[in-house]
Design a protein around this ligand. Structure first.
Ligand SMILES: C[S@@+](CC[C@H](N)C(=O)[O-])C[C@H]1O[C@@H](n2cnc3c(N)ncnc32)[C@H](O)[C@@H]1O
Length: 186
């Protein structure tokens, strides 16, 4: 896995976060809200949520190097209400409370148990889940050169429903033509 994923400030990953931010429709005013970013990478969206007024922001990622970068940046930033933890999403549900908004951006294809993950997101979300999920673009599963699998869109929507999500909307297209941004309201 590449050392850096996100591109912002002095982090030189391949994904332009400012461009992505325009697509995910994060509320402009987040005063008083709490936010959890699952698979937060170097923490761009967590810092953005803090700037927009969230009272408590938590980013978790299984990648120790990325979390170290996020923590270093946090320590230099002066923001005291953003926290980063190296953690696997499957392990966190018993340890943290619910958040108003949960972000789950481009993590789905990394996971062994995707329906289980959507169920965990359902347990952790109070109001809104914003999820970016790459689909195959066909009626079949697509595999890429890294061994990641991308299911058909209808499969993803069924998986959301199986996990308890009933109010699922497509908000647009994310990082590439097959990454769909879903907005799921509780
Ligand atoms: C493609 S990157 C997306 C990063 C960020 N969400 C974004 O959109 O800019 C996927 C991230 O999910 C993390 N990840 C993968 N499996 C995970 C798991 N089981 N629990 C927590 N994070 C995970 C990876 O380490 C990686 O940083």
């Amino acid at each position: 896995m590449d050392k850096h994923y996100q591109k912002f400030n002095n982090i030189h990953g391949g994904h332009n976060c400012e461009e992505e931010l325009k697509k995910i429709n994060l509320p402009k005013d987040m005063t008083g809200l709490t936010l959890l970013d699952i698979g937060c990478s170097e923490g761009f969206y967590c810092f953005e949520a803090t700037k927009r007024g969230c009272t408590r922001v938590v980013g978790i990622d299984i990648n120790a190097e990325r979390i170290k970068i996020a923590k270093d940046m946090r320590n230099k930033s002066g923001y005291t209400n953003v926290y980063f933890f190296e953690a696997d999403l499957y392990d966190i549900v018993k340890h943290i409370s619910k958040f108003d908004i949960v972000l789950f951006l481009s993590v789905f294809h990394h996971l062994k148990y995707p329906v289980g993950a959507l169920k965990i997101l359902h347990e952790l979300t109070k109001k809104l889940l914003i999820a970016e999920i790459e689909v195959s673009g066909t009626d079949n599963i697509r595999r890429d050169g890294h061994g990641f699998c991308y299911p058909p869109k209808n499969w993803v929507i069924t998986a959301f429903k199986m996990a308890g999500w009933n109010n699922i909307e497509e908000m647009g297209i994310g990082k590439n033509g097959n990454r769909i941004i879903f907005c799921c309201v509780k």
